[in-house]
Design a protein around this ligand. Sequence first.
Ligand code: GLN
Length: 242
Amino acid sequence: MKPIRIAHLFPDLLNLYADKGNILTLRRRLAWRGIPVEVEQVRRDDPLHLSRYHLVLLGGGSDREQALVGEVLRKQRAEWASAVASGLPLLAICGGYQLLGEYYETAEGLKVPGLGLLDMRTTAGSTRLIGNIAIESPECGRIVGFENHAGRTEHRHLPLGTVLHGHGNNGQDGKEGVRYQNVIGTYIHGPLLPKNPRLADFVLQLALAYAGAPAELSPLDDALELLAHEAFFQRRIVVGRG
Ligand code: GLN
């Protein structure tokens, strides 16, 4: 079997809150099942050939890094649009998620244009939305993690899930993240995938299907991850101390 090729974009700029743990999780969960995987780090000055990849990851970053990355991404806007339309799986976190929309407007009123792949806009508020977050996703069940963003995001697509605890896209409408084609956007760091094995396997299944090798992923022992979920819910939701 040919390896699943994953692009880790701008690992030096978009790397908040251990986002690289997402890559480790994808790598391991494939390796444990005997599925070959190659991860390529793509930096700002490297050429990006989207057609090489079966999965692309964009992490979170501060406003400054986001502006630098946005500039690079926009040069390949047409390629991004056709890759997403053809079903390229793309996981984008926080700053990376915001860059999928029309723009991110900073608290100072500076508009950082995004890729415009989604009908979505983000504007920074005067406070940051910070803390533990839990959502319910129709595709992946409960997802837990941590959020820290000034941006308030509004979009016209399906959300990744509904907020059970925390703020989500804008702290107002009870929605978190986005689902569009094979794109998943979310504010959840922590990192996201080690704590949420069901979501990790969902992403891997999208990548395998896109690579032309759809597979039923054999179950793994996720007891530790599920324990972390339970702990989160007992403290934050059931007791309601959060
Ligand atoms: N610039 C963004 C915000 O604060 C992104 C933050 C992040 O990636 N954690 O809204």
